[in-house]
Design a protein around this ligand. Structure first.
Ligand code: CP
Length: 409
């Protein structure tokens, strides 16, 4: 932090969070139990709330929802499950995928949606605090799904709801749909779901090699099904990517994973110290390199990774002080091209949370037809994974399971 920044008066965002500061500053592990109720997620704030066991469970529910959605009878069953519930989509930061996939997920389960996307149309323009707005939403809706440019706002809203519940007032679940540069837990959920389906090697559409697992193993003898014992590459804007942070936290829960972070060596763009020590402390092999050509374990990163997660350079977060140093960086190293993709393992999916930046070109369109390009499938998976999460929160996942087993097995 610069001297000027240190002495600057607090922003309205900082003032808004002041009341919850002491709770926010605790370690994540200490907070997680407060976001559950009756052994279920109540509020979804951090990706670390998803244990490996819960991720398996949610993937199973998502698979069943997508299977049931193929037929009219299944759709009718799903739509009746939560038709008595209403959700508020409070998105005050731009979004295409998260907003629409949550809306579609709600519709699959019969939840009625409403939205506030532009705070200039709400009474925040008359001086109402965000917390008063949230409490008002909780008066009319049964769930608040929120995206905000303010880091920690969703977490603070979850504390507000817990305090309301403790004093006998109405309180509803909060789902963090992206909070500043901080966390994007449901993106990590759909990223994991995409990897789970890819590494099952059972669905022709979900894996670059389809169902040819046994054949591919002749070339890659160590290849196993599942997410464990794999090398995951992250490329681009590592320091400011909330999706990278959230997904890396989840991958760290799987056995024997290696995470390779490919970014410019710049304090704003490379892996943060806090993240690095958390991953290392959890037993993850962490590599930080400047290029996809850098060797790890004797081969270039691009030829080593079992999955590659590309990211956009998030120019909107550029600090004027960083602009001059960015000019010296060779950003071409953080763009894919056909030659690079041709050198990847044949079964390795390319993921990207999207949006991709057409002007920067981290994934040019010519890659889209490659079987390894999994990013559009990944975005669609978001709808199924988010529907599964809503079913979990509202405790109808067992009904889905029962119906599926009775009618489809
Ligand atoms: N991945 C993602 O969060 O996309 P949107 O910003 O379009 O929601």
């Amino acid at each position: 932090m610069t001297a000027e920044r240190r002495h600057a008066p607090p922003t309205q965002d900082e003032l808004d969070l002041l009341h919850y500061q002491s709770r926010i500053e605790r370690p994540v592990a200490a907070k997680i139990p407060e976001f559950s109720r009756d052994e279920r997620l109540r509020h979804v704030i951090f990706s670390r709330q998803f244990s490996v066991e819960l991720l398996e469970d949610l993937a199973g529910t998502a698979d069943k929802i997508r299977a049931l959605s193929k037929a009219r009878a299944g759709q009718d069953f799903l739509i009746g499950l939560l038709s008595h519930k209403r959700a508020m989509l409070y998105f005050t930061q731009p979004s295409t995928r998260t907003f629409l996939s949550f809306m579609a997920a709600c519709q699959i389960l019969g939840i009625t949606c409403n939205e506030v996307r532009d705070p200039s149309t709400s009474s925040e323009t008359k001086g109402e605090t965000r917390f008063d707005s949230i409490r008002m939403f909780s008066s009319y809706f049964d769930l608040i799904i929120m995206r905000s440019p303010v880091a920690k706002l969703a977490e603070a809203c979850a504390y507000l709801m817990n305090d309301l519940a403790a004093s006998g007032n109405r309180s509803v679940p909060i789902v963090n749909a992206g909070s500043g540069a901080d966390q994007h837990p449901t993106q990590a959920l759909l990223d994991i779901y995409t990897l789970q389906r890819t590494f099952q090697f059972t669905s022709p559409k979900d894996s670059p090699i389809g169902t040819r697992f046994d054949e591919i193993r002749r070339q890659y003898a160590n290849l196993t099904r599942g997410l464990s014992r794999k090398v995951y590459g992250f490329c681009g804007d590592i320091g400011r990517g909330r999706t990278v942070r959230s997904l890396a936290e989840l991958l760290a829960g799987y056995e024997g994973v290696s995470l390779v972070f490919v970014s410019p060596q710049h304090p704003a763009l490379s892996l943060g110290d806090d993240m690095r020590s958390r991953l290392v402390n959890r037993g993850v092999r962490v590599f930080e390199v400047e290029s996809l050509e850098t060797p790890i374990d004797g081969r270039p990163v691009i030829e080593t990774v079992d999955a590659l997660y590309m990211t956009r350079i998030q120019k909107e977060h550029n600090d004027p002080a960083d602009e001059a140093t960015f000019a010296a960086i060779d950003f071409s190293k953080y763009k894919l091209n056909r030659d690079l993709v041709n050198r990847m393992k044949s079964y390795a999916p390319i993921l990207h949370p999207f949006p991709r930046d057409q002007f920067f070109g981290e994934i040019p369109q010519e890659i889209d037809a490659d079987p390894r390009a999994m990013y559009f499938r990944q975005a669609r998976n978001g709808m199924w994974a988010r529907a599964a999460l809503l079913a979990h929160i509202f405790n109808v996942d067992h009904q889905i399971s029962r119906y599926y087993h009775e009618h489809y097995e």
